[in-house]
Write a protein that binds this ligand. Structure first.
Ligand code: PHE
Ligand code: CO
Length: 297
């Protein structure tokens, strides 16, 4: 067990199930308190994912991870990663207890601060944990912040989040779907095939293979409005992955003011997580094997 425990304030019971609520302040990473077991968990996950990801993850992701100096030997110190990251793109990691309220999260991103959970999962959670921990945040999200284009996209997303939050719940939901299907579960065309760049995929052994090699999911070309209408799964592998051509495409498509788009989308029905609709650029139509038929968010 970790010497310290995250300060969970309460659990909210919502239509998405039990949602943990954490203290929202910035915390210093209690690096000296990590146990040998914590470091071993990092080492196991790091080595396992790197082996799977060479040839599967975007080269930009793998190169950035190397450039940051992350290694399996020990849980990295945020202060050391920050020296490299700040010099590269001006981003900075901050330690947090866990998932933040939306507006706090957006405000951090808008100011080029990425919140990273300070605690790591326990050995019995090696293959699956339902909320972000240090491994997901650090291994999954932080490397691409070294990439100048992706670094700008994340900041623009944060600013867009502050704006969407002020517009209302529907706008926020549209924007959250964009984050889900790009930052968390995005695929990119690269080297004549598909590669992974989404953090939710790269930090998961099972989904790293599923996202590229399974016949079950749809793989569909990136389309901003289509994504903003598409529900998603938080409890299973994704039924649909969206594929970008490049980070430039992502940035260009998301540069315009979303306000008129939110207004237009307000009248349109949402699309089921596993649906293929007219106009989709279909790379692969999923077989749907093993899909649960309820539970889209
Ligand atoms: N252009 C978006 C807006 O006006 C902001 C944004 C940029 C959102 C990048 C997501 C990603 O709201
Ligand atoms: Co994440």
């Amino acid at each position: 067990m970790s010497a310290q425990q995250p300060r969970r304030v309460e659990n909210l019971h919502t239509d998405k199930g039990k949602v943990p609520v954490y203290a929202t302040g910035i915390v210093a990473q209690p690096w000296d308190d990590y146990t040998a077991e914590d470091h071993a968990t990092w080492a196991t996950l790091f080595a396992r994912q790197r082996e799977i990801l060479v040839g599967r993850a975007s080269d930009a992701f793998l190169r950035a991870q190397d450039a940051m100096g992350m290694t399996p030997h020990a849980i990295p110190k945020y202060t050391e990663l920050n020296r490299v990251l700040e010099a590269a793109t001006g981003w900075q990691l901050i330690g947090v207890e866990g998932l933040l309220p939306e507006l706090d999260f957006f405000d951090h991103l808008a100011n080029r601060r990425f919140p990273v959970t300070w605690w790591i999962r326990t050995p019995d959670q090696i293959d699956y944990i339902e909320e972000p921990d240090l491994f997901h945040d650090l291994f999954g999200h932080v490397p691409l912040l070294m990439d100048p284009l992706f670094a700008d996209y994340m900041q623009a997303y944060g600013r867009g989040g502050v704006k969407a939050h002020a517009i209302g719940a529907d706008a926020l939901q549209n924007l959250t779907r964009l984050y889900w299907y790009t930052v968390e579960f995005g695929l990119i065309r690269e080297s004549g095939g598909l590669r992974i760049y989404g953090s939710g995929i790269v930090s998961s052994k099972g989904e790293s293979i599923h996202a590229l090699e399974s016949a079950a999911p749809n793989r569909i070309g990136f389309d901003l409005e289509r994504i903003m209408r598409t529900r998603y799964r938080i409890d299973t592998f994704q039924k649909t992955y969206f594929v970008i051509d490049s980070f430039e495409q992502l940035i260009e498509a998301t540069r315009p003011d979303f306000s008129p788009l939110y207004a237009r989308l307000a009248d349109q029905a949402s699309i089921a997580a596993g649906a293929v609709v007219e106009g989709d650029q279909v790379f692969q139509r999923g077989s749907g094997e093993g899909w649960a038929d309820d539970g889209d968010v």
